[in-house]
Design a protein around this ligand. Structure first.
Ligand SMILES: [Zn+2]
Length: 415
């Protein structure tokens, strides 16, 4: 069985056990990569991208049920907001978050991969490392609870050591301890925790707000699709997650600015073999401003007032140094040139709308490399492009509420 087949089997097992989890994980874009040590579920509210990444070398050694447990484990971290919590980056938080998630999953009879942390395994390991008997903590506490508990164990061990070893060298045992952990013979508690290396924790407030909202939207969709009643632990969790959707929406103009600003800061790593007129292309380029191509759907009639609201936002962004080329599309595509104030030169085109046309145009003319992203203004409805059609990060600016699939990053213009 290939890793992809194994993953599909595990996802199907999840469908039978817990349809809600299945509907949350099934739409994720899938990638096999050694970027993650085991597996990771990533939601990015700025780009509206969501990923399931698995390390094929690790996953190939798992059974279907263990992989199912691992997928549920990763989803539970997201549902619990462990990924954007204030302690991200502290290895003790990794352990605490794993204990919180694993004790829930074990109670629900999920199978977890060998070596998954449990209260018993953590207590055993701590007893050895701190050289004193430590009783297993209770199950089903929050990550914050386990975090405090772990620090208390460590603190009381430090105090004991410093009172035994006399005064004056209280700092030393701590240092030794840290060193033996980071040098890692591979068996200390720190080495055993899921590394969670993909957790950023450094997101700006606004970004994590967007991510929370994005996660809540996906949760809401999964709930609608699964239609079943949820077990208590998920019901409570999803109810509190959905609260964010009741808060006032972030304005569409702010979201447009985020999309443009975020793409501007992206680090580019052109392939090292390519050369330009300056010789070797630098490996990492930081772009302070960015260039986008904006396609306006001229098959229907985007409301004039909304269109001019949109163009005045673009004008503001171009004053900040971002560049926009503008084009129009229906079934075919024309690029009309640089964005100017009030683009009255946009002319109606015949025929229906083809949402894939702008992307086909960019690929066929090898233009993707000129831009950091695509912005599409439309009022119509047509077949949405598939993830593989989107040759560049894309933002769809809609003049009415539509129901695009999860991989389409969209905002609705409002007055
Ligand atoms: Zn984990």
């Amino acid at each position: 069985m290939t890793v992809l087949e194994l993953k599909n089997q595990a996802v199907l097992t999840l469908l039978r056990r817990q349809p809600f989890m299945f509907h949350l994980i099934a739409p994720l874009r899938y990638e096999e990569t050694d970027e993650v040590p085991t597996a990771a579920v990533l939601f990015d509210g700025v780009s509206n991208e969501s990923w399931l990444k698995v390390n094929p070398n690790y996953v190939a050694g798992l059974g279907i049920l263990e992989l199912e447990g691992l997928l549920a484990h990763e989803i539970m971290h997201v549902l619990h907001d462990h990924v954007v919590a204030p302690h991200v980056g502290d290895w003790v938080w990794n352990i605490a978050a794993d204990l919180a998630v694993n004790t829930i999953l074990l109670k629900q009879n999920y199978v977890l991969p060998e070596g998954a942390l449990t209260p018993e395994s953590v207590a055993k390991q701590l007893s050895e490392e701190l050289q004193k008997p430590i009783a297993a903590p209770p199950s089903l506490e929050s990550a914050y609870w386990y975090y405090r508990w772990l620090h208390e164990q460590k603190k009381s061990a430090d105090e004991k050591q410093s009172s035994c070893g006399g005064s004056g060298n209280s700092g030393e045992p701590d240092e030794d301890n840290n060193q033996s952990q980071s040098n890692g013979k591979g068996n200390s508690l720190q080495d055993q925790a899921d590394s969670h290396a993909h957790w950023t924790g450094e997101q700006q407030d606004q970004d994590s707000e967007l991510t929370k909202r994005f996660v809540a939207q996906q949760v809401q969709k999964a709930l609608e699709q699964s239609k079943g009643s949820l077990p208590g632990y998920l019901e409570q969790l999803t109810r509190s997650l959905l609260k964010v959707l009741e808060e006032p929406k972030i304005s569409w103009s702010k979201l447009l600015k985020r999309f443009v600003g975020f793409r501007a800061g992206v680090l580019l790593k052109p392939s090292s073999g390519r050369e330009n007129k300056y010789g070797q292309v630098p490996r990492i380029v930081f772009r302070p401003s960015s260039k986008f191509v904006v396609f306006v759907d001229v098959s229907g009639s985007v409301d004039d007032r909304l269109a001019s609201r949109f163009f005045s936002e673009l004008e503001g962004l171009s004053r900040q140094g971002h560049e926009f080329d503008i084009g129009q599309f229906a079934i075919d595509v024309v690029i009309t040139g640089k964005f100017r104030k009030n683009p009255e030169y946009l002319r109606r085109m015949r025929g229906g709308t083809d949402f894939k046309a702008p992307f086909r145009f960019l690929s066929n003319h090898n233009l993707s490399k000129n831009y950091d992203g695509v912005i599409i203004l439309t009022d119509g409805e047509a077949d949405w492009p598939q993830p593989e059609d989107l040759v560049l990060p894309s933002l769809w600016v809609l003049s009415q509420e539509l129901q695009p699939p999860p991989h389409i990053n969209s905002i609705v213009i409002e007055d």
